[in-house]
Design a protein around this ligand. Structure first.
Ligand code: ING
Length: 310
């Protein structure tokens, strides 16, 4: 018996500093319609899809960046996207900068069902980069200045006739991300990312950006018997080249579809969610083979003196 879910990674090309929300939402709606025409019932948009990747810039007052945050979802600018998706009967996930009523700043992703209702909101846990101005860098990566880590951790929700999880960008590089959702029975993880190819702390990683991107998601998918749908904001955005290569990865770890460009592009795949049990019920049957009682204390780094230094 198959349980097919046709999904689309809706990759975005660059979003300029001065591109307004309405213009970006028009692009998102165009991608949504393309995906629907190709049979998709779920569309994954990138991290921080509504704006340029503003953490590349230092601002003396972080409140200056609030112009790039949403205070409601949907709000006036994003309601047209919600309305069109519901009209077409397509679910979606959307990454955006969230400013909560009580003043918290999160790097957030929302999961919306085919009827337009919000299923869940996930707030990025692994916040990369740095929290103060580092002029030595050709561009900043100030996510730790603009965002707090999400307090709720990783969840899995019944949606689109499956068990759906979410992760954002740097989350995909950490094995815990997949395992925490794997232990909750996740069948498809939706991921958006904005990944500059140049990594100033260690430029030797630059030529491996694409390899590392796929490595972590293929491993996470395979080791937890889940699909992964990854959607990039790619191309040359305000002087910084971002990795594209949006893709769909099967529970086997195989890449089943991938973007060909670094611009706005829809990547569609038919995903049989029953494929997950081929791995969850055999090689990665956690109840039968996983041995947490023999792992020791996995919450602490061992062999590191807590007095500082290792
Ligand atoms: N971006 C990057 C990511 O984890 C990064 C940060 C860039 C890490 C380059 C390593 C190399 O893909 C976000 N937004 O997390």
């Amino acid at each position: 018996m198959s349980r097919s879910l046709t999904v689309a990674a809706a990759q975005l090309g660059p979003v300029g500093r001065d591109e307004d929300r309405a213009s970006v939402v028009d692009r998102l709606i165009a991608l949504l319609r393309q995906a629907h025409q190709r049979g998709a019932v779920l569309v994954v948009f990138p991290e921080l899809a509504l704006t340029t990747f503003f953490p590349r810039w230092w601002m003396d007052d972080p409140a200056q960046a609030d112009v790039w945050f949403e205070t409601e979802m949907p709000g006036p600018a994003t309601k047209p996207l919600f309305d069109e998706a519901a009209r077409l009967g397509v679910g979606f996930s959307l990454g955006y900068a969230e400013l909560t009523p009580d003043g918290h700043h999160y790097n957030t992703q929302v999961l919306v069902e085919r009827d337009g209702s919000i299923v869940a909101t996930y707030r990025k846990v692994h916040i990369p980069g740095h929290a103060s101005h580092e002029p030595w860098r050709p561009f900043q990566h100030l996510e730790r200045y603009y965002f707090e880590p999400g307090p709720e951790g990783f969840g899995v929700w019944p949606a689109l006739d499956g068990q759906i999880g979410m992760m954002i960008c740097n989350d995909r590089r950490w094995p815990e991300t997949y395992r925490v959702m794997g232990l909750q029975g996740v069948e498809m993880i939706l991921c958006g990312y904005n990944t500059p190819i140049h990594y100033p702390p260690d430029p030797s990683q630059d030529p491996l950006a694409g390899f590392h991107n796929q490595l972590v998601m293929q491993a996470g998918a395979y080791q937890n018997g889940t699909w992964v749908v990854a959607s990039a904001k790619g191309g040359l955005e305000e002087g910084v080249v971002h990795l594209a290569q949006s893709c769909v990865i099967a529970p086997s770890g195989q890449v089943v579809a991938q973007a060909l460009s670094a611009g706005d592009e829809v990547v569609v795949a038919d995903c049989d969610l029953e494929w997950c049990s081929r791995y969850k019920d055999t090689l990665f049957d956690f109840d039968r083979y996983r041995r947490p009682e023999h792992y020791g204390d996995i919450t602490a780094r061992r062999g590191v003196s807590l007095e500082g230094g290792s």
